[in-house]
Design a protein around this ligand. Sequence first.
Ligand code: ANZ
Ligand code: ZN
Length: 904
Amino acid sequence: MSDSDAGYDHATVERRWQEAWDEAEAYRTPDDVDDPTYVLGMYPYPSGKLHMGHVRNYTITDAYARYRRMRGDDVLHPMGWDAFGLPAENAAKDRDTNPRDWTFDCIETMREQMDAMGFGYDWEREVTTCTPEYYRWNQWLFSRFHDEGLVERRDADVNWCPECETVLADEQVEGEAELCWRCDTPVETRELEQWFLKITEYADALLEAIDDLEGWPNSVRQMQRNWIGRQYGAEVDFEISEAQRASDGRGEGTEPREYGPVTAFTTRLDTIYGATFFALAPDHPISEELAEEDEDVRHFIEHEADPEGDEPNGVETDLTATNPVTGEEIPVYVADFVLSDVGTGALMAVPGHDERDHAFAEKMGEEIVPVVAPEPEDWDGETVPDAPDVSEAAFTDDGVLVNSGEYSGLDSETARERLTEEIESAEHAKQYQLRDWGISRQRYWGTPIPVVHCEDCGPVLVPEEELPVELPEFINTPGNPLDAAEEWKETTCPECGGPAERETDTMDTFVDSSWYFLRYVSPDLAEAPFDRERANDWMPVDQYVGGIEHAVMHLLYSRFFTKVLADYEGLEHREPFTNLLAQGMVQLEGEKMSKSKGNVVSPQRIVEEYGADTARLFMMQAAQPERDFDWSEEGVRSTNAFLGRLKGMVEEYATDRPAGVDDAVASYVDAEIDATIAIADAEYDELTFNEALRETQDLVGTLRQYADYTEPHAETYERGLSAVVRLLAPVTPHLAEELYDELGNDGLVVDADWPTAEIDRESVRKRRQLVENTREDVRDIVEVAGIDDPTGIDVVVAPEWKYDALEIAIDSDAENLIGELMQEPEIREQGDAAADYGQDLQAEREALEYTLEPDEEREALEAAAWLLEREFDASVRVIEAAEVEDDGVLKRAEPGRPAIEIDE
Ligand code: ANZ
Ligand code: ZN
């Protein structure tokens, strides 16, 4: 065989088949198929360059899509562009062009790079989010969400550069010092009115459905649960009033002001006897009211409060709160560690059992009272333990109540239940980490929020028939170009016809990606965002693949949109992605490839030097898709050499068909072909391509050994090559087409049938184990007995009664196994031998496994005899027990473990 380690002319091969696929429209998904297998990779931001992460992501979906197609499924495998976003806007500003041209240039290049990789997309379904044809539906959806009460406008903090007089994205605020990326001015926080989507309305639904996402990685499910962060607790009221000692200059004798009950949220109602002060968030309505009259409070709120700070800060007010269980009047603070959007924005502080409260109490000199003690080891469930020392640090675990009146001596959980019932104002309550989704961005390159502001009517939605609100021409200014687009801004109010101004905020680009998977179903539909009927047939996405960095936001927002569309737009699916694969990173020397580290391997160079098939195969065999792996040029080269050699084998076969006979060796190879297919099937189903590919490469090895050992039987050999070509086709599609053609097939391998196996995976495993054990036993004997030159090897298969005995032993739960075995006449008949074997079985009872049937074992060993012959250069016989006289040998032969006799 020629040495073709130099690879092959991949450029010609790849171009040829890419053209053939184009011609055949091989990847089209016709609108009229019933329910295609929907395989989707997360669409990329069109940066202009495909990187290795993309290549890995899209090779996974492409290989899986091709596999499903060969299995006979209709497949939907589309691609599109997450085409709005800040980088394009910045690039346009730097280069004095506009984001649209820049973006479309990038898309053009990336599409070419994808085609060069051989990704089989239905480009007729391409979706580009920055086109008015797409983003008008973002606007339409915004209106629909608005109609259903899922949109709200409220104040929120933004980053503001006082020098540039503009809002900055988080990415534009640099370093610890938080400087503007353009002018290095310290960035300030400003409150602006912003648009929110009320995802919190779906918090429970989003949380509860996670349990059913069985096709998702557990880690991602847990991340979503944590992000939603539901906590159970209680709400409880504290009466707030002005302290008697108030000295606010309003004079003696004035009645103290009453503020009435203020509700606090707590997860630890069991600690309420230890609530020694009360605290309000700086923007709690009462805090704001106080700030109007109380200079200290105002100063604190405006200048000192720092919710991000490490240390809790606060200011004491003239108010007191009444602890509802102790009746005690406790001081009220305005404090920055109380967050306005958590719970009710007010908390009962229990410094003995909460760390922040403890730190704050120490600072302010408030009382710290222990009310929960660690549960004593041999606690009887009644006795009140000693109170713990909490002067230095809070005791934050559950335990047993102390200093808590009639509740002392109860465990925390029971106490919470009873207190919730027995305190009049207390009620069970839930609290979430999840916040509403602020979608306003003060930037140009996004979907204009379809609202106009009228002096008389306020914010008014742009009516549906006026959508899309298209972006005006780009203006290169430091701030938001939409603010500078005077003509565009100026409009009339749809309600009163008076003068109005367009909203200049655009939408977070996560809005685009929250439903793009629905658009592929009917990308050109002009009447609606998606064709409802087809979406109901085609959704959900069967296999979604993307980076773990999207584990929370993108996936959560997509789930949210899907649920809203199910509730209001007739979508019959409540979850968008049935199976999710979060692919691992491609690293170089253990580090993530990144521009900033300068350790990027360019896919383009790899494709030029070795071809797309090599790049794809190398990646898919390097590791399980979920795992990180290290790029290795060495590995790429050897992958390339493997493909070159395979090509050589097929060419040689095609030009010079071998004329061997259908002997035991051929039957071994046949069995190996079946075995490989059986395993590859299962591995492709699980997307563990690396395992499927290892098997396939082993089969190539077996075929080479076969051809080295003897003149192969043509049919068997061709069946093997043909299986290899098909099994590789999902991963190395170009070369597979070439070889499929070389083997004399008509048509394309993309349309070919997946090979079928006549064996199941479990039998494969047993068969291989049998052969492997036998080879090892021979090696051991040769070595231990010091046999230099074996001339004959006998492999003696166990007598049938032992297989029966084994089966009985596995199935039986009788204590006396030997007694049970002896009930079988043909076992009892064996006398001592049966008793001996029975004892062996008894001893290993836990570890026993079914083996192949006796004649299957014999066949498998006969087929594998050539391997022993080759290895030991000796003649090999596979012998049935019935033909053996020697009791010693018979005794050693067991199911799954034949006896070995070696002649020198
Ligand atoms: C009394 C208490 C006693 C609490 C105790 C905790 C421990 P975590 O901390 O994640 O479990 N809380 C309530 N509203 C708050 C707000 N607006 N801003 C900041 N903190 C707030 O969250 C629940 C706890 O956070 C609540 O339970 C409350 O303090 C505090 F030994 O109430 B706890
Ligand atoms: Zn108006």
